[in-house]
Design a protein around this ligand. Sequence first.
Ligand code: RUB
Length: 314
Amino acid sequence: MSEEFSPKLKQTFEDIRTMKVRGAGRIARAAVSALKDEVYYVSDSSPEEFYKRMQAAANYLKSSRPTAVSLPNGINTVIKSIQKGIAQGLDLKSLKEYVAKEADVFIQKSIEAQKKIGEIGAKRIVNGDTVLTHCNSQSAISVIETAFKEGKQIKIFATETRPRFQGRLTAAYLADHGIEVTLIPDTAARLYMRKVDKVVVGADAIAVNGAVVNKIGTSQIAALAFESRTRVMVAAETYKISPQTYWGELIEIEMRSPYEVAPKSWLDRHPRIKVMNPAFDVTPPQYIDFIVTEKGIYPPQGIIMLFKELYELA
Ligand code: RUB
């Protein structure tokens, strides 16, 4: 099946699958950029043939990783632009130009959204705050970095984020940008929570009821924050809201290899041990204080209204 796709598309699929490209925003932009290039990969004979080819490419890319809703949402904007262009009666050349332009618009908007989230979220960080973040979220980092650039004296705890240690990426980035950061084991989150003023995390998906799917361990941290009355901010672009959850579907949680948790040689010596390695978990809305999007700040319970507005259902 994948033979019919361009080398770039196949490479992007592999990069997302193997987590060379990771983080929900980056995944979406990489997929949309690959689809943009796919537009001109072969010369189609008709708009319908082009549509069919792009739909196959879209479905292939969607299957690279299951949880980050930004991936299908980003891809769907490209597919919808083809449908719109065909409905408008565009000829093949104009249709391809239109679709490539819409892909660029998505990428540009995604970058701008992260910046805007930083500006809005930073208003909720005050001078002297200690912030705890988990995993490696560009949107969460945007909030932290903007607050720092505004001159606020802040300290960060970054959890190491086992088993893939994305917290090291966060810690390295923040330290390289002059921000005081302390890397802690995930298991030390409760010990240090008493020193934390705000928890700031990103999201891979947001359900319409305001529940947030993010890196495994996020819900544990949110529960600890709840216990110690520490505020939890989720920084996420609106394209992370899952439309499927409006119709009652659940968000699929990616299960990853057991060898990320323990080496194969060790597991081979202990064949009776089972390993579960979920990549994400669900934080219930009651453990989240607010969600910062590029459209403004919402309580988790307000996400349904935002969703209806975005999808013109209200
Ligand atoms: C990354 C992760 C990030 C979100 C949000 O998981 O959980 O918190 O994707 O990131 P993984 P961003 O490393 O498994 O992809 O704000 O950059 O979209």
